[in-house]
Design a protein around this ligand. Structure first.
Ligand code: F3S
Length: 423
């Protein structure tokens, strides 16, 4: 594989041990993929903290655990502002200030902080959002970035033409340290062409519709599928709907880039979206597909609800404002816990605009940085949980012993206030 002089120097250890170990990882990764060269990475969104996947190894030392998980060695590396590009935290294991709200202990909070301190020492910035594009992480067309959040990969690849593959946690970390990734897959313009044509034949209007649509479409998309969507009523489309669709699409399929004809920059029309490629498949998404998603994700149930979880992907200020508008002057049923997840920076704006106070006065809580899925936590004792996002409802359908519900934001908020679902 071709390496520049600078890359060779990193590989030889001329720029320190962290860069050398990272470059070794990326060169091995690129060779395994069959890439002929590397490309420079300008931004990195990285999964940092004491996340659940680390439980795979019994190891008390935080430094050792990071060395094993990122570099497959038990020799801890000494970090010191090593990042080679702007790097920030993706979603976190817990809200850094309200960790008790979802049942973490002070010991767990301290251990999480110990991980974050090491990552900060390496030069990664505290942001704590999965929806990084909401707080300024905006690679432009042709810019190469790395990212550990599946929906943000689809969103930025598709909406702005930023270039990213779903490399995984360790590869993304090493890319951030050496500033390189494999020039392969979505980094190569001609590999970004669509290979499946999708006719969305049913009306998709609400965010709930787009969320269900993404889940239905993902099921038909094995790895390396790049769908081009033809949508009848795309005037209802907006950024919040799209990111919900991409989040649920990433849950069920292997999509990393999704063109929407007439909307996304690499798909003004069919010819532009497909280039020289032919559509390997052509499918239709109908109302039946959407209904099946809803039947699968929402148990047939009418009765009491214990827990409502909103904010997957992390809510935008606009979505929090809508929740505050609904809750203004209302009270959440005492038996119900309502959690709304967003980013620390967006919560600051929600605080400034009085939305946090309204939600709090109604009995709800605005939390930051994480979610039920990433924290692995639900409030103690809950038996009936409701989500407005397929990405959250889907794993709970197989893990949670009680009732799992999936519905629109309005239905979830009504349930929060009445304490009832479907009644
Ligand atoms: Fe974000 Fe958690 Fe959903 S990290 S995309 S809110 S699963």
């Amino acid at each position: 594989m071709f390496l520049t002089d600078d890359e060779k120097r990193m590989l030889d250890g001329g720029q320190g041990k962290v860069k050398q170990a990272s470059m070794e990882y990326i060169v091995n990764y690129a060779e395994a993929l069959g890439a002929e060269r590397l490309c420079k990475v300008t931004k990195a969104q990285l999964f940092c903290g004491n996340h659940i996947y680390l439980d795979a190894i019994q190891e008390d030392s935080v430094e050792k655990l990071i060395a094993i998980m990122h570099f497959a060695t038990e020799e801890p590396l000494e970090f010191d502002n090593d990042t080679a590009c702007f790097s920030q935290f993706c979603s976190l294991r817990m809200d850094l200030h309200q960790w008790q709200a979802i049942g973490f202990t002070s010991h767990e909070a301290r251990r999480n902080q110990a991980f974050l301190d090491i990552y900060r020492k390496a030069g990664i910035h505290m942001v704590g959002i999965c929806a990084s594009y909401l707080t300024g992480f905006l690679p432009i067309k042709g810019e190469h970035y790395v990212c550990t959040e599946s929906h943000a990969i689809i969103y930025i690849n598709s909406l702005w033409g930023g270039c990213c593959n779903a490399d995984g946690i360790a590869a993304a970390f090493c890319s951030a340290m050496c500033g390189r990734t494999a020039y392969w897959g979505n980094h190569v313009p001609k590999q970004r062409k669509a290979n499946m044509l999708v006719h969305v034949e049913c009306p998709v209007e609400t965010l709930y519709d787009w969320d269900s649509l993404g889940f239905a479409l993902g099921k038909q998309c094995p790895a390396n599928t790049i769908p081009a969507l033809w949508v009848k009523n795309r005037e209802t489309l907006d950024t919040d709907r799209l990111r919900s669709a991409f989040a649920s699409m990433a849950t069920t399929g292997g999509v990393e880039l999704c063109h929407i004809l007439g909307v996304t920059p690499e798909a003004n029309d069919l010819a532009m979206a497909f280039g020289d490629r032919k559509a390997a498949r052509e499918i239709c998404i109908t109302e039946k597909d959407i209904s099946q998603v809803r039947e699968f994700l929402c148990d047939a149930y009418r009765g009491d609800v214990d827990y409502i979880h909103l904010g997957c992907p992390h809510y935008s200020l606009e979505q929090i404002a809508a929740v505050a508008r609904f809750l203004h002057g209302r009270k959440i049923k005492e038996s119900v816990t309502l959690h709304i997840w967003t980013a620390p920076a967006i919560k600051f704006l929600a605080d400034e605009n009085g939305f946090t106070r309204i939600i709090h006065e109604a009995g709800g809580q605005l939390l930051t940085g994480s979610c039920a899925l990433v924290s692995g936590k639900l409030p103690a004792g809950v038996r009936t949980i409701a989500f407005d996002a397929a990405k959250q409802a889907n794993p709970q359908q197989s893990h949670f012993k009680g009732t799992v519900l999936y519905g629109s934001l309005h239905k979830c908020l009504n349930a929060a206030v009445t304490g009832k679902w479907g009644v």
